[in-house]
Design a protein around this ligand. Structure first.
Ligand code: PGA
Length: 251
């Protein structure tokens, strides 16, 4: 049985002070333990504060990106080991903003995923098609390419990986894939996992949906048989709306 995962990607939002206010309100609002696993991706500069405030709770932390090298002359970069030392269990790899704004190609995504595994972080590999690709009927080809190249060389470690399907046209646009569209595409990702690994392995891997998830559409999305949770951007910045999404997922 795959445990649902609701993850909040704060992107370039939330100072340490704002993080403190968020965590206080969110924990108050949520009460005790939740059925779904809850995960936050603060910016690097708020990780330490978040880790202190969340110590002893069930809310996990992750980094939004990582560099492939463990250390060195890479101004502005953060390594997997640094993320671990700052309280992270997870790391995002290949988020569409990394791919399309910062130019991370599939080779970079592959290397980052390997670096995450090597530092014992749990990578969340993000894949997704652009609007023109969906309109041209190329969704499956694009996703298969991203998965093939991102997971090249990955074997049984795939059990430590979560996949997030985030159609680029639905991120930050208010445009959500319908539950049926998201289910259909995520089912095709699971079929790819069965072929690339095996049925039992594919059955154990969580695949999330991301792209304009909100309190009022979360239950319908995560209620789909192949959708194991959500990667939430904008709606994770408000403690009330993020708590409602966690509840919608069965919290
Ligand atoms: P959004 O972002 O929920 O604001 O669309 C999702 C994401 O980028 O992970």
């Amino acid at each position: 049985m795959r445990r649902r995962l609701i993850a909040g990607n704060w992107k370039m939002h939330m100072t340490p002070q704002e993080t403190e206010a968020f965590v206080g309100q969110f924990l108050d609002r949520l009460g005790g333990a939740t059925d779904a696993e809850v995960l936050l991706f603060p910016p690097y500069t708020s990780l330490d504060r978040a880790a202190r405030l969340l110590a002893g709770t069930d809310v996990a932390l992750g980094g939004q990106d990582l560099h492939t090298e463990p250390r060195g002359a890479f101004t502005g970069a953060i390594s997997g080991g640094m993320l671990r030392a700052s309280g992270c269990r997870y790391v995002l790899v290949g988020h569409s903003e990394r791919r399309h704004v910062f130019g991370d190609d599939d080779a970079a995504v592959h290397d980052k995923l390997q670096a995450a595994l090597a530092t014992e972080l749990l990578p969340i590999l993000c894949v997704g098609e652009r609007l023109a690709e969906r309109r041209a009927g190329e969704t499956e080809r694009v996703l298969t390419g991203q998965l093939d190249r991102g997971l090249r060389d990955v074997d049984e470690e795939v059990e430590r990986i979560t996949i997030a399907y985030e159609p680029v046209w639905a991120i930050g646009t208010g445009e959500t894939a319908t539950p049926d569209q998201a289910q259909e595409t995520i089912a095709s990702i699971r079929r790819w996992l069965v072929e690339r690994f095996d049925a039992a392995t594919a059955e154990g891997i969580r695949v999330l949906y991301g792209g304009s998830v909100k309190p009022d559409n979360a239950a319908a999305l995560v209620g789909q048989p192949d959708i194991d949770g959500a990667l939430v951007g904008g709606a994770s910045l408000d403690p009330e709306s993020f708590a409602r999404i966690v509840e919608a997922a069965g919290g």
